[in-house]
Design a protein around this ligand. Sequence first.
Ligand code: PSU
Ligand code: MN
Length: 305
Amino acid sequence: MKNTHSFLEISPSVNEALKSGQPVVALESTIISHGMPYPDNVATALRVEQTVRENGAVPATIAILNGKLKAGLSVAEIEYLGKTGRGVAKVSRRDIPFLLTNGKPGATTVAATMFIAEMAGIRIFATGGIGGVHRGAAETMDISADLQELARTSVAVVCAGAKSILDLGLTMEYLETHGVPVIGYQTEEFPAFYTRSSGFGVDYRLDSPAEVAKVLATKWLAGLAGGVVIANPIPAAHEPLAAPIQVATEAALAEAQRLGISGKEVSPFLLGKIKELTGGESLQANIELVLNNAMLAAKIAVEMS
Ligand code: PSU
Ligand code: MN
């Protein structure tokens, strides 16, 4: 009988780091194949890995390939995921058994990446934005599986908040209900991905990687299993003007509704549409905020090790 770990394949550099207690940062792959266009997606994924290294940690980009849960990808594997784009399945928790069975490639969302990271023994994960409660969820029930994963899996996710395509108020309520701490990194406000402010407050503000590391260690030591959201606003120098982003977001939402886009297609559709409507400005902001999150995640991982 196989155990779960027989599905796990850790790359040599990540394995070496984990064995010797060096800091490791997990990275997701849905952002590569569904979140950004080629070739920006590949270039960004490689820069994100480089940023993690420059800040003292080892990057572990996560995906499902050849029936294996992979922690740590080669450049060729990242290129493959980026080039194939939407041809790669977007994999959340519920999809994992099918990809392990059929051997097809899968790009992991925040939820699936957290699951694999925890299995590999990686506690810190950097991404762009987390999924959340969608606007109109009272009728559609569209609530990202990322939130349930945060409730149950002990991995801290460094993100720039969640996009204003979501209902941020309901997203915060959901996290509260499920006991997921939301830390504002050098901010009292939950950031709205492209913008630094959202009008929604966070539970706790912490100002240094060392403080964050201490709270994470304490949480898990105290037996409080489950994830943590570390909300890290996009640097002010890269923040686009709020108004055009807002206009593009509303237009993208209206178009998604008109076309009847639903389920896992919603987030990639909205991302692509907003990029188109802002003339690529949203993509530039997206790249910058991911790099910023990778840097912070690496610093926290260094403090934790
Ligand atoms: N937010 C972004 N970019 C992304 C995603 C979210 O700004 O690429 C991806 C992440 O992988 C996240 C997923 O886990 O979308 C959420 O999808 P859904 O809303 O279908 O759960
Ligand atoms: Mn959804």
